[in-house]
Each structure stands twice: as C-alpha cells, then as structure tokens.
Design a protein around this ligand. Structure first.
Ligand code: UT7
Length: 329
C-alpha cells in the first residue's frame, strides 16, 4: 500500500439525544421485562431524539464535535458522506442538510444507504476518494433516528433500538497508514430478514400501508443473529488477512452494537477476550449506522488511542450488508 495515498482519521465526534428510555419504561409499553432485555441483548437503556430533532440535527452535532476534535474549520471539508436509513427526507439528502447546518460550503454531499453497515461503507468510499486525490478532507457520518421507524407495539424489535450520530474526519496524513484495508460484502437474497417494507416505491405511503405499520422495522431475530455472527467473523478474518495481521496485533475491536451475545460469540470465534471490544450497547442500544461511529469516538477518547494503534471495526446490517476495516490510528 502506498503511504502517500492513505486516508487517516483526523478527528471523531458523536452526539446522543438527552432523553433516556429505560427498560422499565418499555415494560409499560409492551409485554417485556428488564431481565429479558438485559440477559437476551445486554441493553439497559437507549436514547430517543426529541420530536423535532432530525437525523441531520444529530449528524450536525456529531460533525461539529469531530471538527473540533480534528482542529479544522468546516470550510476545509470537501465532501460530506452521511450513512443513514432514516434521512430527514427522501431528498434532499441528509448530508446537504448537514452542510448547511455546519457551514461546510465547499463540500460535495451525498448519503449512503447500507443500514447498520453504512458508516464503514461510507469510510471506504471516502478512502477511495482520498486515494485518488490526497488533497481531499472528508466528513463521514453515521446517523439514524430509528425511533421514527420502530413499531412501538412490537416487543421483538422496539426494545433493541435507539437514536444517535457519530462522525469522523478523514484526510491524507504523510507517513500514516490510516484505513489499511476494508473487507465488504452484501447478500440481497436475504433482504427480507431485516427490512422496512413500506414507505418506498414498493409499498408507498397510503393510509392502508401506514395502518399495517409497513413503514416500520420488520426483523426475523434468530436468522439475523445467525447471519450477524457469521458475516462479522468472516469479514474480520478477511480484513486481517488482507492487512497481513493477526488478531493479537489489534489494540481494540469496535463492533456493531446490536446484541452483547452476538459480540460474545464473535469474541469466542476470533479467540480474543471481550475486554478487547469497545461496548456501549448497554447505554445506547442499537443505533444502526451511528453505532460503530459513536463507539469509535468513545473508544478513542476513553481508551486513549495512540498513533500506530491498530483498530478493527466490524459491522453488519440489513441488505444484508457487512464490512470490516483495519485502521491504523
Ligand atoms: O443491526 C442488526 C440488526 N439486529 C440484530 O442484529 C438483532 C439480531 N437478533 C437478536 O439480537 C436476537 O435474536 C433478539 C434479541 C432479537 C431475540 O433474542 P432471541 O434469543 O433470538 O429470542 P427469540 O426471538 O428466539 O425469542 C425467544 C422468546 C420468544 O417467546 P417464545 O416463542 O419462546 O414463547 C419471544 O416471543 O422471547 C420472546 N420475546 C420477548 N420476551 C420478552 C421476544 N422479544 C421479547 C421481549 N420481551 N422484548
């Protein structure tokens, strides 16, 4: 890999809405209980955005924190890529709203749709742009307001999700390897184990479709669980192989935050201690595209990453989609 074409992480930021929804609160909404949620998922509470707080509001807040952390001005941003499945609107894209909110007037803006895998897809797109034009500074965001597409009467799904946003700023850094490699994959055949059937061109927003709750998350939990473990283990191993590294050379693993049992299963299969994983799903639940971005920001701050540390990020989501990246800090 030519070091002159690398894309390094210059800074990170995240944003979580203030309002905390506890498991006890969910007990009053559906037939569930704190013990089931904690033991089956590891989640204790999640954050829920305010009614007028949009995905781009959260994304812009995370972006501002990332700009501050990187020590750069919004005017230096040449591109904004926002990964989301809960855009403010079908169009304009959410990245355009963020551009206005943070004043990044020089940026080209677009969204990426890859569900919970979106942030790593967007990071890899950014890396490719920087590889062909090292003068670019790219703001990558993962942001979702899943509370707007959750069926709050479905105990199989409503206990799992939360809202939030995370951001990273990528730029070439002389001598740094940055994103060393990414392994990505998709399987459209399994599109119906985790999806939102309504609200798009297949089942547009009609009164009937809305009353059937088609525009909410539908999930086959067990099948999704199986696929999540399989694809995150395989893509992690593939990324390590591509980087010519072994798991014991990795300082910290940052996985998609869907279910603690999924992460434990990955740890067992990769033969690595759970302490190597940065976890925050107990506090935030599954925030979709934001999850790994928030965890990256949190880990960078609390685990005191040093230049040269090797980080493995690994994600899985609807599509199906999955990805794993090895990043040199
Ligand atoms: O971002 C990626 C997206 N999502 C994921 O990665 C999620 C992957 N899947 C999972 O995390 C797990 O499959 C779940 C947490 C969703 C479910 O856990 P599980 O151990 O696979 O449970 P299950 O679906 O097999 O259900 C076991 C029982 C069922 O009752 P019966 O049929 O055994 O009587 C469910 O109806 O648990 C019941 N159940 C609940 N009980 C209390 C399902 N949801 C709840 C609930 N509270 N919230």
């Amino acid at each position: 890999m030519l070091s002159s074409l690398s894309a390094s992480i210059l800074g990170t930021g995240s944003y979580l809405p203030e309002r905390i929804m506890t498991n006890a609160e969910l007990e009053k909404m559906v037939d569930t209980n704190d013990e089931w949620i904690r033991t089956r998922t590891g989640i204790q509470e999640r954050r829920i955005a305010g009614p007028s707080e949009t995905t781009s509001d959260m994304a812009a807040a995370a972006a501002r924190a990332a700009l501050e952390n990187a020590g750069i001005d919004a005017q230096e941003i040449s591109m904004i890529i926002c990964a989301t499945v809960t855009p403010d609107m079908f169009f304009p894209n959410t990245a355009c709203f963020v551009q206005t909110k943070i004043g990044a007037t020089q940026a080209v803006c677009f969204d990426v749709s890859a569900a919970c895998s979106g942030f790593l897809y967007a990071m890899e797109i950014a890396r490719q742009f920087i590889a062909s034009d090292p003068s670019k500074t790219i703001l990558v965001i993962g942001a979702d307001k899943l509370s707007t597409i959750v069926n709050w009467e479905d105990r199989n799904t409503c206990v799992l999700f939360g809202d939030g946003a995370g951001a990273a700023i990528l730029r070439h850094r002389e001598g740094g390897r940055g994103i060393i490699t990414t392994s990505m994959g998709s399987d459209g055949k399994l599109n119906n184990i985790l999806y939102t059937p309504g609200g798009g061109s297949a089942a547009p927003t009609t009164l009937e479709n809305v009353s059937q709750k088609l525009a909410t998350i539908h999930m086959n939990g067990r099948e999704t669980y199986k696929q999540a473990v399989k694809s995150m283990v395989e893509s992690s191993l593939q990324a390590l192989k591509q980087a010519d590294l072994t798991i014991d050379q990795i300082t910290c693993i940052i996985p998609h935050q869907a279910n603690l049992r999924i992460i434990e299963a990955i740890a067992t299969r990769l033969n690595v201690s759970l302490n190597h994983f940065h976890l925050n799903l107990d506090r935030y639940g599954n925030t979709s595209a934001a999850a790994v971005a928030i965890a990256l920001d949190e880990a960078a701050r609390t685990r005191n990453f040093q230049r040269g540390d090797l980080i493995l990020l690994v994600v899985f989501g609807g599509g199906l989609t999955w990805a794993a990246s090895v990043v040199e800090w």
